[in-house]
Ligand binder design. Structure first.
Ligand code: ARG
Ligand code: ZN
Length: 884
């Protein structure tokens, strides 16, 4: 055995002590500074002696000089909070190492060496949930992006690919199940109550894809036969008692595997595929090679406890992580600036998968709604960044709607430009060219260019520039010709004052207003700042349907007569365009009222037009209820705020609620009739039943605003009759926003019925913290004292506070108390879980776009956080960018 080193000798400790007393600005990491790592690490072998409080890790790395990099005789092995207990090189204990920050620096004399290092960690003390941590008695890992360095010293960067051998050893009673990446090649028992397992992953991978799980788990097992006839053993591992709720996840997994073969020609490449559900998890899930680790939220479902939305989300996330096996694992990222290479592409893949599994038009609308409510505000605020960022201080802050969802939209545009078949040739070429490599976004674009035969020279600006392009348009009619005048601007964003025009593919159709038809859809691509396109054969001015299917992630500014929007809402054969016409109708009306360009006296006219469109949607027999439900959704408050230069959240809320109430009372009979019809639909998993559930609760929502007493009675009845969570949660949501005894009764009933089921208790918190109730702020304050509340569990924290940040009366309360509450949360959570704490900064960062009184309150809270001592790198970066 080598001699253990105490941590007091290396000079690195001085630096650590310094950093604690004298805070330094964390280093800015720049994309342009990328250099290949001077060493290759072809093989890694890890031996774990597992314990909840003490896990000993012995790693053995074979390292070879990298001929394709500038040589350095020192090797930097990243570490975060680790102490090297033993270090040997080629079997000899050495003392010449040092620590730089947390990193271990070794000097190597030759071209090839074997480095062995022993570290010890305390998983039970790991509240950040990065690296190896304990969750409800089990051990699990999260390594992306930089968690592996919290387990052992290693070049923790995605361009260092190694094959891993893992020995896991631990007490059999505490950890009967031992899992890691790849295949289990041997296992055995010892006399002292311990057992062990050896895992071998044949596919070279970066450290962020390493995973290990040890615990008392049971599996839902199944098999999948791949396109070439290989049998894969599938297992979804959960706690005893949760097994009955894994069927949907298993179906989703098998569907994903099949779909990737058919849609992208991608076959699975190991003999086993394991999924583990973990209740303490910072994100949704993680695509570790052969061992995906999931937040329980995206695995467990049954009709009693999960909504239709939960079912869809599970299918989407299971697909997403599975698809990463190719877009992420077989082809990985060279550095973290390339994150959208795997995330944008994989989100697109999961969107296409879900579209094929259910209703494609409805899926498209949902995806656009997410983009607009989460990504558009990011792109117009202080945290705006390109889908391929140029710099960061903490990479965890860049797992954003921009990198993920806008990234997907950018790749979707390439697909629109090429057409699906040629796009597929592009992705085939990409996988073929870069299999086994750590690639860049540039590699992807080039493969699509070569494989699909596109010129994407100008298109690359979508990777470089932040900000949502605005396209303003005007349709002119003369003689028999309609001319479309287009103009684009890409707004300035932090660090990018001047922008270049980007190519914007717009699918459009021109409708004859008499026949209600068009002569086929066209694709025009706006490449210049200003451009016009002419269409002949129109004796009358046509009605323009543009950006159909949301072909480009831009915001369209146009003056369209409400009657044209009513026409499109009723007649457009593109479902998204129909939805968009409804949205535009409402946005135009509310924006006009809020900005004063429409007088209050003319409010009635606008409402009448909206009311007619709603009545038509409610009566239209050609619509299925899933689509009807989409058309009935009012634009959200955050999307409305985006439409205003300076937003007054209280005014937006009041005006939107007032429209809702008007619709609810004007169409009371129609909504009640829809509710009655939908309530009679037999429950189950069919699209009809799902659609019925969707419109049923929507009817209650409008009635709650327009006829609250009637709605409360109907909601209570829906709650009592519910045999599924969708109906029950929908009814309870409506009741939670209303006053009256049913609110209290049903909230108590819900809690008692589901106490002990963490995911449903999360819903109970979220329902109250997102509610329209005027006392939402007091409710959240009280819930923070509830015995079930804890800052240690990210799902619980998010369910109490994330929905709250969307409430006009709570978060945006004029007193500033809502802002203070979120700032207090950030300060309390930051020392426990910085990654999750930093996620709460962006709601505070909107101050530049909010009226002056609230803007000052927001700024004051950001400044208060910034002044706090010992802030994490995560929160520090977000707060300073937000103030910047
Ligand atoms: N790659 C994962 C996914 O998209 C996300 C993991 C991010 N984890 C983190 N700690 N930032 O599926
Ligand atoms: Zn992903």
């Amino acid at each position: 055995m080598d001699i253990a080193r105490t941590p007091s000798t290396p000079d690195g400790n001085f630096e650590m002590a310094d950093a604690a007393t004298e805070p330094r600005e964390p280093a800015l990491i720049r994309r342009e500074d990328y250099r290949p790592f001077p060493w290759l690490v072809p093989q890694v072998s890890l031996a774990f002696r597992l314990g909840l409080e003490k896990t000993r890790v012995k790693s053995a790395l074979t390292v070879n000089r990298n001929a394709r990099a500038d040589h350095s005789s020192t090797i930097r092995l990243n570490g975060d909070g680790l102490t090297p207990l033993e270090v040997t090189v080629d079997g000899e204990a050495i003392n010449s190492w040092s620590l730089d920050g947390g990193d271990l620096m070794l000097t190597l004399a030759g071209d090839s060496h074997l480095i062995e290092i022993v570290t010890e960690i305390d998983p039970s003390a790991n509240s950040q949930l990065m690296g190896l941590y304990a969750s409800g008695g089990m051990l699990c890992t999260q390594c992306e992006a930089e968690g592996f360095r919290r387990i052992t010293f290693f070049p923790d960067r995605p361009d260092v690919l190694s094959t891993y051998k893992v020995r896991m050893e631990g007490p059999r009673d505490a950890f009967p199940v031992l899992l890691s990446n790849g295949n289990c090649v041997a296992r055995g028992e010892a006399d002292d109550g311990t057992h062990w397992a050896d895992w071998h992953d044949p596919w070279p991978k970066p450290s962020y894809l390493f995973a290990l799980v040890a615990g008392d788990l049971v599996a839902n097992r199944d098999t999948f036969i791949t396109m070439s006839g290989r049998k894969v053993d599938l297992a979804i591992w959960v706690r005893e008692g949760d097994l009955e709720r894994t069927a949907h996840a298993m179906d989703s997994l098998k569907n994903s595997m099949k779909w990737d073969e058919e849609a992208f020609g991608r076959e699975y490449d190991l003999d086993t595929f394991n999924i583990v559900a973990v209740s303490d998890f910072n994100m949704g899930a993680m695509e570790n090679k052969g061992l995906n680790v999931f937040n329980t939220k995206y695995v467990l479902a049954d009709r009693e406890t999960a909504t239709d939305g939960d079912y869809d989300a599970i299918e989407g996330v299971i697909g997403h992580e599975y698809f990463h096996n190719w877009s992420g694992n077989r082809v990985t990222c060279r550095d973290w600036f390339q994150l959208s290479l795997k995330e944008g592409f994989t989100v697109l893949r999961d969107q296409l998968f879900s579209a094929d599994m259910g209703s494609a038009p409805v899926k498209r609308i949902e995806d656009v709604r997410i983009l607009r409510s989460a990504q558009f505000p990011e792109d117009s605020g202080p945290l705006a960044h390109p889908i391929r960022p140029d710099s960061y201080r903490e990479i965890s802050n860049f797992y954003t709607a921009t990198v993920y969802n806008k990234g997907a939209e950018v790749i979707r545009m390439m697909r629109t430009l090429a057409g699906p078949e040629r796009f597929r040739e592009g992705t085939d070429l990409y996988f073929e060219r870069h299999d086994g490599e750590a690639a860049t976004c540039e590699d992807f674009v080039r493969a699509i260019e070569d494989g699909a035969g596109l010129d994407l020279k100008q298109f690359r600006r979508w990777y470089e520039q932040a900000g949502t392009p605005k396209v303003s348009l005007r349709l002119e009619h003369q003689g028999d010709t309609a001319t479309l005048h287009l103009e684009q601007t890409v707004p300035p964003t932090p660090g990018q004052p001047d922008k270049q025009p980007v190519p914007i593919p717009l699918r459009l159709a021109l409708f004859d207003r008499k026949t209600g038809r068009h002569d086929g859809e066209q694709l025009v691509t706006l490449t210049e700042t200003r451009q016009s396109f002419s269409f002949s054969g129109f004796s009358q001015p046509p009605v323009l349907s543009v950006n159909r299917g949301f072909s480009a992630p831009v915001s369209i500014e146009r003056e369209t007569a409400p009657e044209d929007l009513v026409f499109l809402a009723a007649n457009d054969d593109d479902a998204f365009a129909r939805y968009e016409a409804m949205q535009d109708l409402v946005v135009g009306h509310l924006r006009g009222l809020l900005s004063g360009s429409i007088g209050k006296a003319e409010r009635g006219e606008g409402r009448e037009a909206i009311g007619r469109a709603f009545a038509a949607v409610l009566a239209d027999d050609s619509l299925d209820d899933l689509m009807r439900g989409e058309l009935l959704i009012l634009p959200g408050e955050s999307y409305l705020a985006e439409q205003m230069l300076i937003a007054d959240p209280a005014a937006i809320h009041a005006e939107r609620e007032s429209l809702k109430a008007w619709l609810g009372s004007t169409l009371e009979g129609e909504f009640a009739a829809v509710h009655e019809r939908a309530s009679a639909v037999e429950s189950g998993n069919s699209p009809e039943a799902k659609g019925a559930r969707k419109v049923k609760t929507q009817a209650l929502v409008y009635l709650a605003a327009g006829a609250p007493e009637r709605s409360a009675a109907m909601a209570a009845a829906q709650y009592d009759a519910a045999d599924n969570m969708t109906d029950r949660q929908g009814a309870l949501m409506v009741l939670t926003g209303l006053a009256g005894p049913e609110r209290t009764h049903k909230l108590i009933d819900f809690y008692n019925r589901f106490r002990g089921n963490a995911l449903v208790v999360d819903k109970w918190f979220a329902l109250q913290s997102s509610s329209l109730h005027p006392q939402v702020l007091e409710h959240v304050k009280a819930l923070a004292e509830h015995p079930d509340f804890t800052l240690k569990n990210p799902n619980r924290v998010r369910s109490l506070y994330m929905p709250f940040t969307g409430t006009a009366r709570g978060f945006h309360a004029e007193s500033g108390e809502g802002y203070r509450m979120i700032a207090d949360l950030i300060l309390a959570l930051d020392p426990i879980n910085p990654q999750t704490a930093a996620r709460f900064v962006s709601p505070l960062g909107r101050w530049r776009r909010i009226e002056p009184v609230r803007a000052a309150l927001l700024r004051a809270e950001l400044e208060r956080i910034a002044a706090a001592p010992g802030l994490s790198r995560d929160t520090h970066e977000q707060v300073s960018r937000s103030l910047g």
